[in-house]
Design a binder for this molecule. Sequence first.
Ligand code: UD1
Ligand code: UDP
Length: 369
Amino acid sequence: MKKILVVFGTRPEAIKMAPLVKELKKESSFIVKVCVTAQHREMLDQVLSFFKIKPDFDLNLMQPNQNLNQLSGRIFTEIDIVLENFKPDIVLVHGDTTTSSIVAMASFYREIKVGHVEAGLRTYNRQAPFPEEINRQITGRIADFHFAPTEASAKNLLAEKVSEKAIFVTGNTVIDALLWGIKNVNENNVDIEKLQQVINSTKKLIVVTGHRRESFGEKFKSFCEALKELSQREDVQIIYPVHLNPNVQKTVHQILKNNTNVHLIDPLNYEAFIWLLNKSYLIITDSGGIQEEAPSLKKPVLVTRNVTERQEAVESGVVKLVGTSKEVIVSQAVKLLENKEVYSKMISKENPYGNGTASSKIVEILKSF
Ligand code: UD1
Ligand code: UDP
């Protein structure tokens, strides 16, 4: 029987690997084990609990305000022990985090095959997203199987001379997670009950998130100033679940605390977050995953970045890149708040990231090897 080790460490990887883990576990010809590096802790555990995934190996590596080199060192050391003991035939990693690229490298050093889920996204700008662009390229060089979410990401890999036989266009597993998640939302969830008390249904709800390293400092301040200005409008309400990275927490709280129209809350469990997205009028974010989810929920997204590896969402109209200038963020948001035609046009297209069948496609491909 084929031994498969699925490894992830952060919130978005967990969300996007969860449906694949469920699908893999249905296969009697595989022995499947899950290893979490716990590069994130609380934010990872929220996801594991919703999808009812109990890791076989928990490396428990997160440290407060962690340094990426030290984190990488800890991952190399600890994952090696798991590889040595379990001896997988294939390791599956996801996307562009430090967990993905280091685990891919460690598996390669042990001559274990690597499957890369959500492969081929590129900006070709090493500073943005930093360090994710290079993490993704490194994993792409190492991987034996490339599960590309879209044709455009497959084309990037072909242009880098990855063998066509090793590239599979599957859609993005984030949609599998979202569709399963929406069906399984339980409104008695404590976080949802709290949100229900906060939401003012007479106002337009703006849901905000932000965490990108390349924006820390002045850009992040300017993004928060834009939210402050928008919050002065009577017709909006802002809810912002703040990422636990201390660099994010500090700036957000400095600029937006004590603002009665901006609700700064802890990261929400996935169930409550997708419930909240569904209630929103507009999303302002720099998150990758949220850009992929929003088209399915028919919500327009202003992305506070200058470049994106998710060009499909921009082309479909549902995502607009607005950068981090306060004036641009405010004026683009106001346009969507005031102009119904602009709003409707943005949400009119199909989701380019798939239809919820990515995980089963990946399993079929793995079965055939
Ligand atoms: C990481 C990924 C990024 C991904 C993001 C998703 C890298 C280099 N970065 O960035 O690609 O988009 O996750 O959110 O891999 N923290 C907690 N509890 C948690 C999670 C984080 O306290 O559950 C705090 C800790 O102080 C931690 C810090 O946030 O040291 C940073 O976490 P880290 O994973 O290094 O970076 P992110 O900015 O979260
Ligand atoms: N998300 C969540 N709770 C929150 C904010 C986001 O569950 O409070 C989910 C969101 O639905 C998406 C994922 O987390 O699936 C995005 O994670 P993040 O923005 O941290 O990382 P990125 O996608 O940018 O790598």
